[in-house]
Design a protein around this ligand. Sequence first.
Ligand code: MLT
Length: 404
Amino acid sequence: MVRVNGNYSKLQSSYLFSEIARRVKAYAATNPPREIIRLGIGDVTEPLPAACVEAMEKAVREMGRRETFRGYGPEQGYDFLREAIAENDFRARGADIAPDEIFVSDGAKCDTGNIQELFSADVVVGVPDPVYPVYVDTNVMAGRTGGFTDGRYGGLVYLDSTEANGFVPAPPASGPPLDVVYLCFPNNPTGATATREQLAAWVDYARANKALILFDAAYEAFIRDDSLPHSIYEIPGARDVAIEFRSFSKTAGFTGTRCAYAVVPATCRAYDADGEAVFLRPLWNRRHTTKFNGVSYPVQRAAEAVYSEAGKAQCRALVDLYLGNARAIRAKMAALGHACVGGENSPYVWVKVGGSSWDFFDALLREKQIVTTPGAGFGRCGEGYIRISAFNSPEVVAEAMARL
Ligand code: MLT
């Protein structure tokens, strides 16, 4: 008899963005009075930067000629891309990361979901609340939690991110020490950012408690405040206690193209049952080479082009366009009397609406034909908020704001 993984029965019935898509589809079938505007899931709308398109076209032509054709590439990514990443994303910011510490992949969602395979079933996992659901659901699937009651899974440690702490939780001063903690800055969903001092407190905590930080920096390209760190590795000591995740999805419009990477420094460690340190890079390399065959050559060439002079300028313009939308959304919601976070160094605006966030979501859909994301979908502390995404054209965002 084939038995299913019983942990799946603990999961909420559907993934947040699937549930939203279901509700929008059902509403769309009722012939709404005007076009539905989508400011829900953080999916980009603007075309790929020209530098990326040119590089991809050239690479596709190489694949069409016998002399330049390539089959399987290195699972970890081609050296040309790993070197460009190390140089531009880390060394240029004073962070000591080498190309062979970078693992190119097809998405930060997959990487942040898969990484927990490296840890034992009984590690104590900390997640912020509100939280990107992937961190939670993948640990549920792996059997690290109890059931779901009152908006939370038993066995996880939830770190409240609320107005009281500026939406940036500090390391816990009491309770069980965390073994693994997920942090995401600029944050999804709140758009909050963490200062150098706040990240340093987490690095100190991880070092003191032999813990590991899983740092999701998928939105770092939106940082415009020069005082804010872009990478956890800008914090001294982080190399030993942190894995970082990056993505080309929001930086360069790659949501449909698929390219991302994880950084596992050579000195980053966990511990075995005897308390002996075990380096994580060889483990992740083992997993990656066993379960993944690499990102396609044309896509890696397109990602490399992000770091060309033209690519840098085009990506910055792309991100600036979405940041302009974010400013407009925040200004409008503030003018309507809502307290807001994010939208300054982030594409997401976290808007306080009071009351049920699913009710607010449904009302915006029915009355204004605007899709947002209900804060409660990200966790208990998200109740009373909605997240508005700036990923759309300025014209569409202006139309949405006019409707409000
Ligand atoms: C979001 O809307 O939170 C993101 O699009 C999710 C993702 O990047 O997977």
